[in-house]
Design a protein around this ligand. Structure first.
Ligand code: DP6
Length: 383
């Protein structure tokens, strides 16, 4: 019997992946870049038991038994097993897999990236595989390949038809830009959005803007972004991040029929950030939005206290401040009167944001050795 438990982080792209050239292998039409977020506040956790006593392979996700015949799950398992020594005794044993997210999936935060990265990382430990497993995580969910590494990560689109060169590489470790902070603004929204998978498929089929973006914009922007990250050039980093998010959402509008991921609150956040940067005479905050209305803000530590105070003022919570701000302890600051006055025209009704997570850039997946952390008993039953 073998048992392994791993945790894997969420990543938030600053150059977006949107569009596949191969749906089965999950090969993208452009490079993308992301930061991996700290495991402390948002992560997926997966335990795997591999035992000769298990009569079938089972997979539980957030407490519910999942079908194991899904194409993406099977592809990951098959590709991992290809790397295992065929004489290994336990290769034929069945698996019990149990996975959980430590953040509410209802919040609409990307969970498939952390989830598949965790699954593949844990499988690699079970079968004692070394090397870059990001191309296997990619087959679970494209963006998952970037969660295999900490810090700043590039998913190289690759050119081969078998996808062997479509993998993630680290641009810089999590220690590279220690001042960088992240605020995830969870927007109160009940409308069900279209999945990234189907949205990007329709975009590839119908959006001419996406073709232009992939061919003419992203290659140059990727280079500029890598330079900005390496040089810790916040101003350039922030501009590229916002422009890329906006172009991604323009592609969504150019998709036919269009997919709308941003809502009125998302747009109010965009306007607020531009207003703030302009008012301060300098770029201090960058926003980015994935396939949903939640915002992710990248900013430097020195500006966090004021931005938190501004968010609390413009988006008044319905809950106590201590419940509203989750994650690392938020610094407090009083907004000066003159600024509060000009800010007042941006004020929103109470409750437009559910909560805010204050976090930072973090490391890649890791193994938890304490048996208390296992989500499964040694006989493969969820605890
Ligand atoms: C908007 O990785 O969820 O978050 O490969 O079909 O599973 P599949 O899609 P997914 O798409 C993520 C899209 C995005 C941008 C990004 O993370 O780069």
């Amino acid at each position: 019997m073998k048992i392994v438990t791993a945790v894997a982080p969420v990543n938030i792209a600053v150059i977006k992946y949107w569009g596949k050239r191969d749906e089965t292998l999950i090969l993208p039409i452009n490079d993308s870049i992301s930061a991996t977020l700290s495991l402390e506040h948002m992560c997926a956790k997966t335990s795997i038991v591999c035992s000769p006593d298990l009569t079938e392979t089972k997979f539980w996700l957030n407490g519910e038994l999942q079908p194991t015949d899904s194409k993406r799950f099977q592809n990951c398992l098959r590709e991992i097993k290809k790397l295992v020594n065929p004489n290994l005794e336990y290769l034929s044993w069945n698996l019990s897999i149990c996975s959980e997210n430590n953040f509410p999936t209802a919040a609409g935060l990307a969970s498939s990236a952390a989830g598949y990265a965790c699954l593949v990382y844990a499988l690699a430990k079970i079968y004692e595989i070394n090397g870059n497993i990001s191309s296997i995580a990619r087959m679970g969910s494209g963006s998952a390949c970037r969660s295999i590494f900490g810090g700043w990560v590039r998913w190289q689109m690759g050119n081969t038809t078998d996808g062997s060169d479509s993998l993630a590489v680290q641009i810089a470790p999590e220690t590279h830009w220690p001042e960088m902070r992240v605020l995830v603004l969870v927007v109160n929204d009940k409308t069900k959005t279209y999945s990234s998978t189907s949205g990007m498929k329709t975009s590839v089929e119908t959006s001419t803007l996406l073709k232009h973006r992939a061919a003419n914009i992203v290659p140059q922007r990727t280079k500029e972004m890598i330079t900005a990250i390496k040089n810790k050039d916040y101003k350039t980093f922030a501009k590229l991040t916002m422009q890329d998010s906006n172009q991604f959402h323009a592609v969504c509008l150019d998709t036919y029929p269009p997919c709308f991921y941003l809502n009125d609150t998302s747009r109010a956040i965009i306007e607020l950030i531009h207003f703030y940067n302009q008012n301060k005479g300098e770029t201090k905050v960058a926003y980015t939005f994935d396939a949903g209305p939640n915002a992710c803000l990248y900013l430097l530590e020195k500006d966090v206290a004021e931005v938190i105070a501004m968010i609390n003022y413009v988006f008044p919570p319905t809950s106590l401040k201590s419940d509203y701000f989750k994650g690392d302890t938020v610094p407090s600051k009083k907004l000066d009167e003159e600024f509060t006055e000009v800010l007042s025209k941006h004020c929103q009704p109470e409750g437009k944001l559910k909560y805010v997570i204050y976090t930072r850039v973090g490391r890649g997946p890791k193994i938890l050795l304490d048996s208390q952390d296992h989500l499964l008993t040694e006989s493969g039953i969820p605890k």
